[in-house]
Each structure stands twice: as structure tokens, then as C-alpha cells.
Ligand binder design. Sequence first.
Ligand code: NAG
Length: 378
Amino acid sequence: MAIISVSLVLVILYFMSNSVSAEKHSAFFIFGDSSVDPGNNNYIKTIPENQANYKPYGQNGFFKDPTGRFSDGRIIVDFLAEYAKLPIIPPYLDPSADYSHGVNFASAGAGILSTTNEGQAIDLKTQLKYFEEVEKQLTEKLGASKAEEVISDAVYFFSMGSNDYLGGYLGNPKMQELHHPEEYVGMVIGNLTGAIQELYEKGARKFGFLSISPLGCLPVMRALAIEGGCFEQANSLALAHNNALKTVLTNLEYLLKDFKYCNSDFYNWLHDRINHPSNYGFKEGVNACCGSGPYGGVYTCGGTKKLTTYEICENADDFVWWDSFHPTERIHEQFSKALWDGQRASVGPYNLRDLFFDIDKLTIAEIVDEIPENENIL
Ligand SMILES: *[C@@H]1O[C@H](CO)[C@@H](O)[C@H](O)[C@H]1NC(C)=O
């Protein structure tokens, strides 16, 4: 008798959780740089270094033609959309984009600070202005209350800051004269915090953050390191940024009601794969698959940049790095999995699955995971 009623409860929970996840489709809004740009820069006037809509980008054929993604195929947000049961999230500037499941504002070269690569990318401030446009369109299309629901239910994902430290600071002697490193990190984090607060005031509640990678170990930076190995100053800036972000997010969680977030330790996660590629199914962690010069660190992949010739590896799946700056699709996929339901040690306090499918309902789904063993009791 007791066994039957427990099974019955599980069956009810099973159908409840199925119907919940079937109808629930949180929208996905993305802010960022080349790490998550799905092709916005195809529509702006910029330098070839900030575009990737030519071969061999996208060569693995998941998309028929190069889309503008800085990868041999998909990028993190493509995998995350799939896991969240959403279609591919379109670039905001694509005239045929359908915003009903969210939209991607990311732009290669963009910084959190407007002074970073000024005039060559869509900075964070402009990306936020574009979000306001989308908000208006949603309100017109769905009415105010439904639009508010979409906005509070959506997940807001940020992958940005690398360009502020590379081109914006290390590549900009004037900026280094104006600001000490710690002051500069404070400015970057201050502006990012402002963006989070602005979205929160508009009703956003669920946030995801891709922390900054070991910037000094990018093939482009490794090639510049006179001492050999990674470019330590760049790594220090990345670590300082990630530490400051962690503190800010902990504070916001106390200060802002219902603010939920997923942060990630991309720095150590990627560092591990760079140093021990074979532990993760890679053959090469240091050199880029596509580029030229030492470590493939001369940014020539595709040949439309300063130099017209470049080298390309046989199998990008063996490599951590696709080009001088950007990882391969395989890295994007592995990291997406970690963000989605990975270990709390490198992702948290919530993972993205928690945020897309709501914590309380997930608890039901976890109970239901036990069901197959109970089925024969019935
Ligand atoms: C945002 O960045 C600008 C420089 O681009 C700086 O003057 C300002 O102080 C920053 N804001 C915050 C809140 O840190």
C-alpha cells in the first residue's frame, strides 16, 4: 500500500514536471564580445579583425556558410540555447531576426568601457540601448504585462571584458598612463555593475556570467611574452577582474531581491585544458589551429587581415585554440556543458539549467530521475 502511494506521487510529479518543462521557454538575452558574437559585426562598418564571416571560420559545416562566429563551428550560446530547448538566438542586427525567444547583442571587439576599440564595435552601453528597443517592441507585440513576464523570466548572459584588458589597456599606453591597473579594473567592474543594475531595474532577475579566460595564454599573447610562457600581466588583470566580479555578484545577491546568478571559473577551467589537453580529449593546448607565426599567434586566420597567407591544422577538434584569440567549437561545447549542469566548484551558485528551468521545479525533476527504478513496482 505504502509502495503504491509513493509510486503514485512520483507518477504525478513526473507528469507535472514534464508539462512544466514543455511549456516553459525562458527567453535568452546575450551581451558580449567575439566570444559570443553570432554575426552582429557583419552589419557594421569595422576592421576585418573584428569580423569572421569568411572561410575558414565555420568550416565544420554546422552552419552552411560562415556566419560571423569566431569558431570552426558553434559558440557557447548556441549550445546553451539547445540545452534550454530554444532555437538558435539570432544577432540583433540581422534584419530577419525574430526576437520572440530572445536576441544576441554581442559584437566582436566590444568592451565594457566605451573607450575600448571605440568606433569598431558595439560597446556595452549601445548593446543596452538596443535591449531597450527590444523591450519596446515586446511591449507593443505582447502587451505590457506579458512583456514584463518575458523579461523577468529571461536569462541575461554576459561574456565581456577581455577587450578592455587587451586592446583597451595593455595595447593602449595612454590608458596605462592615466590609470593604475587596479583602478582600471575598478572602472570596468563599475560599468558592468551599472549594466546589471540597469537590467535589474527593468525587471531582469536571472543572470549568467562567463568570467575572463587566462588572457595571457591566448596564442596571440603567448607570442608577445618575452619571458616565454604566458603573458603574466594579462593573466593578472584577468584574475583581478574575476575576483572583483565575484565580490560584486555576492553583494548584489544580498542587496537585490530575487537576483539569481550563475558565475563561472573559466580561468582555471581553461588553464587546465591548456596545460593538460590530453586529460580532456585534446592533443594541442598551446598552438592555434588557424593563424601564423609562433604558436599561431599572428592573427591571420582567413587571410583577409594584414597578411594574406595563414596555416591551418588538419583537425580542429584536437585543438583548444581555433585562432590566435578564440577557442574551438569543442571547447565551447565542453564549457557550455559545465555552465549548464556542471560541478558547483566551477559554476554557481546556480547553474544555467537551474535558471532556465527554475529551481523549485527542478527539484521535482530530480526526484523524477529515480522513476525508472520504481516503474516495475507498478
Ligand atoms: C565607467 O567607465 C568610465 C570610463 O569609460 C568611467 O569614467 C566611469 O567612472 C565608470 N563608471 C563606474 C561606475 O565605474
